[in-house]
Design a protein around this ligand. Structure first.
Ligand code: ASP
Length: 581
C-alpha cells in the first residue's frame, strides 16, 4: 500500500473519472447530518472530500469522527462539482473526491488555536510551532526562503565559488557584539566562542589559496533581539582573492538578481546605485537611506552665517528638509520630542500653510535672504537642525525616515538597491575616547592613505561597502588588509599593543606574514533578505523555529538551568540562585 498516489492540490477538472488515493490533514469538516464534507490539505493545497452515507456507509461513520487536523487517508473517484458549488478560491475548486474508503491515520487533541484564526498570540504560535508551520503563510515563507537560498547557491557555484564549512566553535571574532560562550569539559575553565561570523577563517581560506570562498554561514551574536535580529542568523558569506571592490559588488549583485529571477520577479537593474557614505550622510542623514522617496536634506550653513537667530548663526552646520505637509502644532510638538531623542535641543520650523502664510516662531529673526532660501510650496513645513554636523545628520536622518513612514512617502512599487561606499575607517568611541573600527579591524584603508592610519585615523577612508535595500541594511564587506605591517598599525591606532594583538590575533598576523594575496569579501543577511522578499514585518515569520524577544524558545523552553553536577564537570559554578535561574 502506498499512502498516496497524488497530492491534494494537484487535481483539476481534467482528472474527473480518475480513481485516487490521497493523504493529508482534515482542514475543515462540515457534517450535514448525513453527508459529510472534509477539506483535505497537504503541502500542495486542498481538495474537497464528499462522503455519502448511502454509497459508503463505513467511510461515513469514520467521517463523523473526524476533527480538525486529524491525519486521513482517502480513496475515491475525482468527480466534477455541480457548477453552482464550484469554489473559485482554490485551485482544485472545480472537482471533489467521492470517497469510498476513509481511514483515520492519526488523531489530534483539540487545538490550542485554529490554523486560520487571526491575531493568535505569537508566543502561542511559537509554542505550538508544528501547527503554525501548517498555515499557508508559514508554508509559503519557508518555501520562498528555500527557493532564494537554492538560487543563490546555484549562482555561487556557477561563478566558481567553493562552499567551505568553517567552525562554529572558535575564538572570539570581533563584529561588535558579545560572544556566546561554550564551556569545554576537556579543558575546564576554558571557553570557545560561537563565531559572530567566519571573518578570519574566510580570510585564512584566501591566504590558503582557495581563491573563491562562499558559505551560507550561521553566525551567533549575543545582542538584544529585534524584529530583524535573532541570536543566530545566516549570512551569504563570501571571500575572493586578487579582486578589486567592483569584483565583489558584481558577485553580490548577481546573487541578488538570481534570487529575484528564481521567484519570477522583476530583478533590480544592474549595476545597483552607488553612493559614497559622505554623500548619503549629507543628502539623507543616514548610511542606509531609503531611496524610494526624496525628502532630501539641504544645506543652509552659508545662508545662515550672519543670522539674527543665534542658534543658526553659531552652529557649525545648519541643514533642513521640506516635508510635504503643513504640520499642526501638536504634530510639531511630537516631531520635536523625537528630534530631542536623537540629540537635538529643539526643532526650528517654518510652516507654509495652505494659504501660503508662514507660521513660525523664528520667522521674525530671519532676514529676507534667509526666508527666500527657505521659501516653499503652500502645504509644506521646513524642519531645521543646527549643531555639529554628525548630530545634524542624526536628527534630520531620523526625521526623514520617520516622516517617510508616517506620510507613506515611499513608492512601494519600486525596489531601490544601493551600495554605500567609502565609509570612514575609524570612529571615536564616545565611552573610551579611543578610535575604534566602523566595520571590523581587518578592513582595508583607501590606497595612498596607509600613512594616515596612525597619524590621523579620523581622516582615513576605508575600503568597506554596505548593501542597502529600500532603507534596510542587508550586509557589508570590504577589501581587507593583506599587509601585516598595516594590520599592526590598525591595531595600534585602536590602542591595542603588540602583546594584546599577538594574544588575540597572532594567528592572523602570522598568516599575513606568509604570503597573503590581496583579498576582499562580503556578507549578506539571509533572513533580512528573505523577510523583505516575503513582505513580512519581522524575521520570525520566515524562520521555522525562532526565539521570542526575551531570547527564549517557547517551544522547547530553552534556555534551561543545568544541574550543578553538570556545571562542575565544566569547571563552572553558577552565582544565580537556583530559584531565579
Ligand atoms: N564579517 C562581516 C560581517 O559579518 C562581513 C565581511 O566583512 O565580510 O558583517
Amino acid at each position: 500500500m502506498s499512502w498516496r498516489d497524488t497530492t491534494c492540490g494537484a487535481l483539476r477538472a481534467g482528472d474527473a473519472g480518475r480513481r485516487v488515493t490521497l493523504a493529508g490533514w482534515a482542514d475543515t469538516r462540515r457534517d450535514l447530518g448525513g453527508l459529510v464534507f472534509v477539506d483535505l490539505r497537504d503541502y500542495s493545497g486542498k481538495v474537497q472530500l464528499v462522503i455519502h452515507p448511502e454509497s459508503a456507509p463505513e467511510a461515513a461513520a469514520t467521517a463523523h469522527e473526524v476533527r480538525n487536523e486529524f491525519v486521513l487517508q482517502a480513496e475515491g473517484e475525482v468527480v466534477l462539482r455541480d457548477p453552482a458549488t464550484v469554489n473559485p478560491n482554490i485551485a482544485t475548486g472545480e472537482v471533489e473526491i467521492k470517497v469510498d474508503t476513509l481511514r483515520i491515520v492519526s488523531r489530534s487533541t483539540p487545538l490550542p488555536f485554529q490554523l486560520d484564526e487571526e491575531n493568535v498570540d505569537e508566543t502561542i504560535r511559537l509554542r505550538y510551532r508544528w501547527l503554525d508551520l501548517r498555515t499557508e503563510r508559514m508554508q509559503r515563507n519557508l518555501r520562498l526562503s528555500h527557493t532564494i537560498i537554492a538560487a543563490i547557491r546555484r549562482r555561487m557555484d556557477e561563478l566558481g565559488f567553493v562552499d567551505l564549512w568553517t567552525p562554529s566553535m572558535t575564538k572570539g571574532t570581533p563584529e561588535g557584539a558579545r560572544d556566546f560562550l561554550v564551556p569545554v569539559r576537556l579543558q575546564p575553565g576554558r571557553f570557545f566562542a560561537l563565531a559572530q561570523s567566519p571573518q578570519l577563517f574566510k580570510q585564512l581560506s584566501q591566504i590558503g589559496g582557495l581563491d573563491r570562498y562562499y558559505q551560507i554561514a550561521t553566525c551567533w551574536r549575543d545582542e538584544d533581539l529585534r524584529a530583524d535580529r535573532q541570536f543566530e542568523f545566516r549570512q551569504l558569506d563570501v571571500e575572493m582573492s586578487f579582486v578589486e571592490r567592483e569584483d565583489v559588488l558584481d558577485v553580490l549583485e548577481q546573487a541578488v538578481v538570481a534570487a529575484f529571477e528564481a521567484l519570477g520577479r522583476e530583478a533590480p537593474p544592474r549595476p545597483f546605485t552607488r553612493m559614497s557614505w559622505h554623500e548619503a550622510d549629507l543628502r539623507y542623514g543616514s548610511d542606509k537611506p531609503d531611496l524610494r522617496f526624496g525628502l532630501e536634506i539641504q544645506d543652509a550653513t552659508e545662508v545662515t552665517r550672519g543670522s539674527q537667530f543665534g542658534v543658526f548663526a553659531n552652529a557649525a552646520s545648519v541643514r533642513f528638509l521640506v516635508a510635504p505637509r503643513a504640520f499642526s502644532r501638536a504634530e510639531l510638538a511630537r516631531l520635536e520630542e523625537l528630534a530631542k531623542e536623537w540629540g537635538a535641543k529643539g526643532l526650528a520650523y517654518l510652516v507654509h500653510d495652505e494659504s501660503g502664510e508662514v507660521r513660525s516662531p523664528i520667522a521674525k529673526f530671519l532676514s529676507e535672504q534667509e526666508l527666500a532660501a527657505f521659501a516653499s510650496e503652500p502645504g509644506t513645513t521646513v524642519l531645521f537642525a543646527a549643531g555639529d554636523p554628525a548630530a545634524v545628520s542624526r536628527v534630520l536622518g531620523g526625521l526623514r525616515t520617520h516622516l517617510g513612514r508616517e506620510l507613506e512617502l515611499a513608492d512601494t512599487t519600486r525596489n531601490e538597491f544601493l551600495w554605500i561606499l567609502d565609509f570612514p575607517l575609524f570612529e571615536l568611541d564616545e565611552e573610551t575616547g579611543r578610535w575604534t573600527f566602523v566595520h571590523h579591524p581587518f578592513t582595508g584603508v583607501e590606497p595612498g592613505q596607509e600613512h594616515l592610519v596612525e597619524t590621523d585615523p579620523g581622516a582615513c577612508i576605508s575600503q568597506a561597502y554596505d548593501l542597502v535595500w529600500n532603507g534596510v541594511e542587508l550586509g557589508s564587506g570590504s577589501i581587507r588588509i593583506h599587509d601585516q605591517e598595516l594590520q599592526r598599525a590598525v591595531f595600534r591606532s585602536m590602542g591595542m599593543g603588540e602583546e594584546e594583538a599577538r594574544a588575540k590575533f597572532g594567528f592572523l598576523l602570522e598568516a599575513l606574514e606568509m604570503g597573503a594575496p590581496p583579498h576582499g569579501g562580503f556578507a549578506m543577511g539571509i533572513e533580512r533578505f528573505v523577510m523583505l522578499m516575503a513582505g513580512e514585518p519581522d524575521i520570525r515569520q520566515i524562520l521555522a523555529f525562532p526565539k521570542v524577544a526575551s531570547g527564549s524558545d517557547p517551544l522547547t523552553g530553552a534556555p534551561t538551568p543545568y544541574p550543578a553536577a553538570a556545571l562542575k564537570e565544566l569547571g563552572i559554578q553558577s552565582i544565580v540562585p537556583s530559584d531565579q535561574a
